[in-house]
Design a binder for this molecule. Structure first.
Ligand code: CP3
Length: 351
């Protein structure tokens, strides 16, 4: 078991359930939170979002970002808050132009030369100090029983946006891995360093758990998965530990299929987040060495009804006997009815 006992993870009446599970415990009622739990399915989020000139300024306004982080915590009995920010703040902080066009998703400008970005690594974390300020505000406002999660996009996933200039099928970035291996490895190295600094800053500001979002780990052959996912995740965690940070890590190699077993064997994460394809048996196998998180289908959460109740029960039975964090297999969809979130919480938390 990849156990880490942090001061906050030590046994005590107000130890967050999430930290207990990340220290290897199995709980009768698993902790629960949802990816993208702050977001457009909440009317109060849409109202707050309308007060910001654009999405990046919203993320970098500590007062607004703290409010967005806390909105789902007021409404629901989630066990953890995740800081309101975005994985594409790092490319912006390294000097690439990043914009979010309404209804179109992210748009990134030309990739700056590697040397230019390399010179910006240390300064990039300073440019994101607003995220630290958001974390401090949220930690001060949140009950001690509820954990606070910081996060970053993992290097490969962030690199796909930087190379392709926005959301894509990633074939351009994967081709680049073959045609420009040195340039891609150079970019990944820059992202490893910048991400490590950024996560260290987040932990110092109050993040008790750190999550690496590798949202585009799918469709990578084993050698590329090793080179672009496993290696960079290991180097980030090593750098964070070398800075004296012992906050547990959740890794999310989304879409990696059976390669998740290689990931867990090599990357010292305290939990692996599973996507919707995770089988009952594979999850239990992973639980032999690590805690698992997931993996309710966001489409089923949106659909609701008796099928949703049945699936929640099934997940609790198949994984609840080991270290388990209840979550979705990917982010909540903007048109998800709030009553469906309440329906799941009633089953998992019993409130
Ligand atoms: O509540 C939370 O989970 C915390 C906040 C959070 C956001 N993005 C806010 C957000 C987190 C953890 C992310 C991670 C993120 N961002 C990922 C990894 C997770 C995943 O979903 O796979 C990725 C790939 C991104 C990049 C990104 N951000 C895209 C592609 C988009 C546009 C698509 C969309 O959903 O609109 C965003 C925008 C974004 N990030 C929104 C939110 C709430 C919606 C924009 C808005 O409210 O105007």
């Amino acid at each position: 078991m990849n156990q880490i006992l942090t001061p906050t993870g030590a046994a005590g009446p107000s130890t967050p359930a999430l930290l207990k599970v990340l220290a290897g415990q199995s709980l009768a009622k698993p902790p629960i939170w949802f990816m993208r739990q702050a977001g457009r399915y909440l009317p109060e989020y849409r109202a707050l979002r309308a007060t910001a000139p654009d999405f990046i300024s919203f993320c970098l306004d500590p007062e607004k970002a703290a409010e967005a982080t806390l909105q789902p915590m007021r409404r629901f009995a989630f066990s953890a808050a995740i800081v309101f920010a975005d994985i594409l703040l790092i490319p912006g902080a390294l000097g690439q132009d990043v914009r979010f066009e309404v209804g179109e998703g992210p748009k990134l400008g030309t990739l700056p030369p590697l040397e230019t970005m390399r010179d910006q690594i240390e300064a990039s974390t300073g440019r994101l100090s607003a995220v630290g300020e958001t974390l401090s505000r949220v930690r001060a406002a949140l009950e001690p029983e509820r954990a606070l999660i910081g996060f970053a996009g993992a290097p490969w996933t962030v690199a796909t946006y930087m190379i392709e200039g926005g959301s894509s099928d990633r074939t351009g970035a994967r081709t680049y891995a073959y045609t420009h291996p040195e340039a891609l490895d150079g970019l990944i190295d820059i992202l490893v360093e910048a991400t490590a600094f950024y996560l260290i800053m987040q932990a110092k500001a109050g993040a008790q758990v750190l999550k690496l979002f590798e949202s585009w780990a799918e469709n990578l052959p084993e050698d590329l998965f090793e080179r672009l996912v496993i290696g960079p995740h290991m180097r980030i965690i090593e750098k964070v530990r070398a800075a004296g940070i012992d906050a547990p890590f959740i890794g999310f190699p989304k879409g990696a299929g059976t390669l998740v077993a290689n990931y867990v064997a090599k990357v010292p994460v305290q939990a692996v987040a599973m996507d919707v394809q995770a089988s009952a048996a594979f999850g239990r196998q992973l639980q032999q060495t690590t805690a698992i998180q997931g993996a309710l289908d966001p489409l089923l959460l949106r659909a609701g009804g008796a099928a949703l109740d049945r699936r929640v029960e099934e997940m609790l039975v198949q994984w609840g006997g080991g270290p388990y964090i209840f979550n979705l297999g990917h982010g909540i969809l903007p048109d998800t009815p709030i009553s469906h979130v309440e329906q799941v919480l009633a089953r998992v938390v019993g409130s």
